[in-house]
Design a protein around this ligand. Structure first.
Ligand code: ZN
Length: 496
């Protein structure tokens, strides 16, 4: 095997797992840049004389025969993704396309200097490589599935041909909480809505109003917190202004990502009302929002500016004109009447969001109004119904809807013998129960269970914090306990 720079994790247990993890960190493997790590996994499989497959998207399947005495047991599929969200701080000198990460350990917690760590999901790859390369670990026949580009819309698995996979039990290793067993997840789809608009010439003074001070967050995992959505708050601001002082809309912009709750939005409008009247109206609404969002988004603020005639914003408003009354009305109806936030809670797992959506991005273009929603549900039909409801309304307003990035949910199964078995084993070993969760975000189990009938899945993993950020950490003690538990599952013969 090729020698790579190792060292920082030397002396910690489980040594072999952490050695592989350190090697993984020395190979750049941000999403979209997985050829090198994929080829390295294949090389290790070849060295072990194992059967392997690698597809054109760099997904890899490695098959390991059963250990002696385990030939009669049912096989397992173990799965994790090899790509990471590669981000760095502003002053970090590394090139994440080409450089190794610089690992640090403090009080048994691993992090990477100035960058994300990729414990999500490098630790899964390290576990799988250790099982693959250590013949002394007893286990039934295994199918190890290493996927690519999970972090960019589950792309690798969505393109993978999984028809050769035989196992009916899957251990997915893409969970960030020890002691949690994930038993289902949401599917998602993006609704891209466009409503045609008409403009006319601008005649009156111009103002800019901004919604800011919101905390944002992940549109799935944080949707239940009912934070302020800047796009929808802006619709309210415009509606109030339109009703109370009469305004005409020239420009509108909000949000940066479909799957992030928008933190800011701004609008440029024209009005012949006095600046004082407009200001009072905005101030009154800001106070109301403070009361409504208390404890959820205390920082919310509305800011009003009168635009000078020399200003670029005025010039731009002059150039683009304002919306006709009818199209302004349609735009506001689209924002105000389409649903947003939590739509249904799960009845099988109390406290878990089942269906939700997030109005992530809005843009007023020259000829149309664009608004993008990220829809999620752990029930496939509920996701489709919500998508259709919105499409029906947008069409009624004279617009069109296209969809993007459709991925299936991993539906929670009331009857899951494998999950019951793993929970029993955990309770025996640790004298406490695993916490069963269905998460409101995507996991690759959705694609696998959709295509492989009767697949019984669980997802587990060691403690990580702040994944996808430069603050990401991985807990070594937890890596060790989850490793021991994984080995326990593999070597236990009682299931047969
Ligand atoms: Zn992950």
């Amino acid at each position: 095997m090729e020698e790579r720079k190792t060292g920082v994790l030397q002396g910690y247990e489980p040594q072999q797992v952490l050695t592989y993890f350190e090697q993984i960190c020395s190979i750049p493997h941000g999403s979209g840049n997985t050829a090198q790590i994929s080829n390295w996994i294949v090389r290790l499989a070849k060295e072990q004389k194992l059967s392997w497959e690698q597809d054109e998207f760099y997904n890899v399947i490695v098959r390991i025969p059963a250990s002696k005495g385990y030939e009669a047991l049912e096989s397992y599929m173990i799965q994790g993704h090899m790509d990471m969200v590669a981000v760095k701080t502003k002053d970090c000198p590394l090139n994440l396309d080409t450089d190794s990460l610089e690992l640090e350990v403090k009080d048994h917690i691993i992090s990477a200097k100035g960058t994300s760590l990729g414990g999500d999901d490098g630790i899964a790859v390290a576990y799988m490589l250790t099982i693959m390369c250590d013949a002394s670990i007893p286990h039934p026949a295994l199918e190890l599935v290493f996927t690519t580009d999970e972090e960019i819309g589950l792309k690798g698995i969505s393109l993978m041909d999984v028809s050769s996979l035989q196992s009916q039990r899957l251990i997915n290793l893409d969970t960030e909480d020890e002691g949690v067993l994930i038993a289902g997840c949401a599917g998602g789809i993006k609704n891209v809505c466009r409503i045609p608009i008409e403009r006319r010439a601008l005649k009156t003074p111009v103002y800019k109003v901004t919604v800011a001070g919101l905390s944002g967050g992940h549109s799935g995992m944080e949707i239940h917190k009912e934070k302020g959505n800047a796009n929808l708050l802006m619709a309210r601001v415009l509606w109030s202004l339109k009703t109370e002082v009469s305004i005409e809309l020239s420009a509108l912009y909000g949000g940066e990502k479909d799957n992030a709750i928008p933190e800011t939005a701004w609008a440029v409008f024209a009005s012949s009302a006095s600046a004082e009247t407009i200001y009072n109206c905005v101030k009154k609404l800001e106070e109301e929002l403070h009361t409504e969002l208390a404890g959820k988004d205390d920082g919310v603020c509305l800011c009003l500016e009168k635009i000078d005639e020399e200003d670029d914003t005025w010039q731009s408003a002059l150039e683009h004109g304002v919306l006709t009354e009818e199209t302004f009305q349609k735009l506001l109806l689209c924002l105000m009447m389409n649903p947003n936030g939590v739509q249904a809670m799960s009845s099988s797992i109390p406290g878990t969001v089942e269906t939700s959506l997030n109005c992530g991005i809005m843009r007023l273009e020259q000829e149309s109004f664009l608004v993008r929603y990220a829809i999620r549900s752990s029930v496939k039909s509920a996701k489709t119904y919500l998508q259709q409801r919105m499409e029906a309304y947008v069409r009624f307003l004279g617009g069109t809807v296209t969809t993007e990035g459709d991925y299936p949910p991993w539906e929670y199964k009331a009857d899951s013998p494998f999950r019951e078995y793993v929970m029993r084993l955990y309770a025996q070993k640790y004298k406490k129960d695993m916490d069963i969760q269905v998460i409101h975000a995507g996991l690759e189990c959705g694609y696998l269970s959709e295509q492989l009938a009767d697949l019984d899945c669980i997802s587990i993993g060691p403690d990580m914090k702040h994944i996808h950020t430069t603050e990401e950490t991985l807990d070594i003690e937890s890596v060790k306990r989850v490793w021991e538990f994984l080995l326990e599952i593999l070597q236990d013969k009682s299931t047969k």
